[in-house]
Design a protein around this ligand. Structure first.
Ligand code: GDP
Length: 325
């Protein structure tokens, strides 16, 4: 792939070039990694920044309906919107259940929208890197808002929160005891909780659910990166397109405050350091997975088992012989 040709096209907002660049960052091939690295460095010089919104929710809560309605609203305001997905489950099922264009029909036809489903990769680390780099590519391509969608399963929320400026948790109306179903850690990550499906017969339940979560949020420890009143819980209806404008207003209010108070910049800096740390760890782990390293591990394990070497001495040997640069 010709990086020198690709770079100006991405900067010009060419969606086909963007799609090709994302395919490049998804590739595990050594030469592709080198090209992707060069491309990302060249694009980083332009320092374009989008508002990155992480969005999580269990299947069926209305994520794709919400992204379609919310995305269409933003496009109506003249903004360009990219949608990416972080979907660790696709590694098991082999198919993507997120970021699927058929689930966002109107949005996928818009020229100011870009939708990219989750890649199938073997581990969350791979998906995370690809998504983070895809976010950077979308920013370079001049998108104003990048929505990063994930399902509510364990680790993927952390991954998405670490690449977002704000994190939105989408919930469905439910009975009071369901509050327990949302893990505390995820509640603590949320900047905004949106109780979706606040329409028709579900509206009174949605109202109660929203009040319950608002109460639960108030009990959480105050975070320095929040202005008064945040994190918040609001009601929306993705189908009837109610509450979406208010959700957008709240997101902007939060981001404006964080920008003015240095938290936005601090968060991006901390995220960059987090990903640096992750890259180092993953590169080290990858060295353990070469055939030679695996053979050495097996050999040393044998010696540890018989007592010929202590675990610490064996580890020392392993590190010295196989994990050096
Ligand atoms: P996802 O799996 O989280 O992406 O959820 P979907 O967007 O596919 O929605 C799951 C189901 O909930 C679909 O049948 C939607 O029509 C329905 N749904 C989504 N948003 C709303 C809403 O605001 N109100 C109502 N009543 N139903 C909704």
């Amino acid at each position: 792939m010709d990086i020198e040709q690709l770079t100006p096209k991405i900067l010009a907002g060419d969606r086909r070039a963007l799609a090709r660049a994302i395919t490049l960052v998804e590739s595990g091939r050594e030469d592709h990694r080198a090209q992707a690295g060069a491309l990302l460095s060249a694009l980083a010089e332009h320092k374009r920044q989008a508002l990155r919104i992480g969005l999580s929710g269990t299947p069926g809560v209305g994520k794709s309906t919400f992204i379609e309605s919310f995305g269409m609203m933003l496009i109506g305001m003249g903004l360009r919107v990219a949608v990416l997905a972080v979907d660790p489950s696709s590694t098991r099922s082999g198919g993507s259940i997120l970021g699927d264009k058929t689930r966002m029909e109107r949005l996928s036809r818009e020229k100011n929208a870009f939708i990219r489903p989750s890649p199938s990769q073997s581990h969350l680390g791979g998906v995370a890197r690809r998504s983070r780099e895809a976010v950077a590519l979308c920013e370079a391509a001049g998108f104003d808002v990048v929505l990063i969608e994930t399902v509510g399963v364990g680790q993927s929320e952390t991954v998405v929160a670490e690449m977002s400026d704000l994190f939105v948790l989408l919930l469905a109306p439910a009975g009071g005891d369901e509050l327990q179903g949302v893990k505390r850690g995820i509640m603590e990550m949320a900047d905004l909780i949106l109780v979706n499906k606040a329409d028709g017969a579900l509206k009174p339940v949605a109202s109660r659910t929203c009040a319950d979560y608002a109460g639960a949020l108030r009990l959480l420890r105050k975070r320095p990166q929040d202005p008064e009143g945040f994190p918040k819980a609001l009601m929306v209806s993705a189908v009837e397109e109610h509450g979406l404008d208010q959700a957008w207003t709240e997101m902007q209010a939060l981001i404006d405050w964080r920008r003015e108070n240095g938290h936005w910049q601090k968060r991006r800096e901390a995220q960059a350091c987090y990903w640096f740390d992750q890259e180092v760890r993953q590169a080290l782990l990858a060295r353990l997975h070469t055939p030679e390293a695996q053979a050495a591990m097996a050999d040393l394990s044998g010696q540890v088992a018989t007592g010929a070497l202590t675990p610490a001495a064996a580890a020392q040997q392993m590190l010295q012989q196989h994990l050096r640069g």
